[in-house]
Design a protein around this ligand. Structure first.
Ligand SMILES: NC(=O)c1ccc[n+]([C@@H]2O[C@H](COP(=O)([O-])OP(=O)(O)OC[C@H]3O[C@@H](n4cnc5c(N)ncnc54)[C@H](O)[C@@H]3O)[C@@H](O)[C@H]2O)c1
Length: 335
């Protein structure tokens, strides 16, 4: 049995990951360290709360004493690090929290793991030769694209928001622990996720909730901003694959090749609701354009050929199939 430290597991992707991973990997225990900020909820972990292979610890990844205590107690063989401040809009109004959690928190985890796993640079302590640090990151570190082109693992970093800048900083810290100390690290940079358990503040839950409640459905600017959407379970499976088989020191882009603009997404969700939850008029009439986000990146799109070719990853859902499931899930939640 191995015990992994998962951080931020009460949030959207972390909770989906823990639920999936514990079920399909019976040889692992998971300790979930999460501060339960506004973005985290233990309701996201109902499926595993009684599992003997799951322990929840409420705490901050910046708290070095706590992280050291957990390493001493559970002797983690790996860290999978999801915890972050993750909402771009909040990073515009309160960037400090992003630097604290995303930069200093990642540093704290890396450094405690280094001291626990390594005698000295490139020399692992007995029993920790395979100990791995998997950092979960975003495609937003690459900046923005015009109408054409894709982000590859070689695209130079050019973050544009305090959120993406803090994630880029954390990616660089992870990279440096590989090059300087020989720590066994992997980083995955994923495109926009959607699916069950995402916080109300994010785009897709916001569209579905406002539609159902009869409110205006707010769309930034002209609605033409494009993101490359990936169903959360496909992301979780990509993380599992990289965690188990990815090459140390490498980064892997994960994306579903599903570019959609915000207006398309709003219209698609409204069409689904018109079909499965009809009312007298179409939900589309509630779509309203609002002032654009400051510094709004135009387009993100991922070239996922490296993880596809090297590790045989492939998304199971396309946007049309994934969004149907997602709308069904939120319809139950918001009704
Ligand atoms: N959501 C996406 O579309 C997306 C895409 C690519 C990458 N990512 C990355 O994936 C990771 C998870 O994203 P998410 O959407 O699940 O985020 P989320 O905001 O839903 O969840 C973040 C979790 O981290 C916890 N947390 C925050 N600060 C903490 C701290 N200081 N100590 C301990 N726990 C803390 C929160 O309580 C919450 O449970 C993040 O690193 C994010 O950058 C997200």
């Amino acid at each position: 049995m191995q015990t992994i430290l998962v951080t931020g597991g009460a949030g959207f992707i972390g909770a989906n990951f823990i639920t999936y991973f514990l079920d399909s990997n019976k040889e692992y225990n998971i300790v979930n360290l999460d501060a339960l900020t506004y973005a985290g909820s233990l309701n996201n972990l109902k499926e595993v709360e009684n599992s003997e292979r799951y322990i929840f610890v409420k705490g901050d990844i910046c708290d070095k004493n706590l992280v050291e205590k957990l390493f001493d107690e559970y002797r983690f063989s790996a860290v999978i690090h999801f915890a972050a401040e993750s909402h771009v809009d909040n990073s515009i109004t309160n960037p400090e929290a992003f630097v604290s959690t995303n930069v200093l928190g990642t540093f704290t985890l890396l450094d405690v793991a280094r001291n626990f796993w390594l005698e000295s640079p490139n020399t692992f302590k007995n029993g920790f030769e395979k100990a791995r640090f998997h950092h979960i990151s975003t495609d937003e570190v690459y900046g923005t694209l015009d109408d054409t082109g894709l982000f590859t693992e070689k695209t130079p970093y050019a973050p544009n928001s305090p959120y993406s800048a803090s994630k880029a900083s954390s990616d660089f810290l992870v990279r440096s622990y590989f090059h300087t100390y020989g720590m066994n690290v992997v980083t995955t940079n994923c495109s926009n996720n959607y699916g069950p358990k995402q916080h109300d503040e994010k785009l897709i839950p916001t569209i579905i909730r406002n539609a159902i409640l009869g409110n205006e459905i707010p769309i930034y600017g002209d609605g033409k901003n494009i993101r490359d959407w990936l169903y959360v379970l496909d992301h979780c499976k990509g993380i599992e694959l990289v965690f188990k088989t990815g090459k140390s020191g490498e980064t892997y882009n994960i994306g579903g090749n599903n570019e959609r603009n915000n207006l398309y997404i709003a219209n698609r969700i409204c069409s689904i609701l018109d079909k499965i939850h009809p009312k007298l008029t179409s939900y589309k009439e509630q779509i309203t354009f609002v002032e654009d986000r400051a510094g709004h990146d135009f387009r993100y799109a991922i070239d996922a050929s490296k993880i596809t070719k090297e590790l045989a990853w492939k998304a199971s859902e396309n946007f049309e199939s994934g969004i149907e499931k997602t709308v069904q899930w939120y319809l139950k939640k918001y009704q």
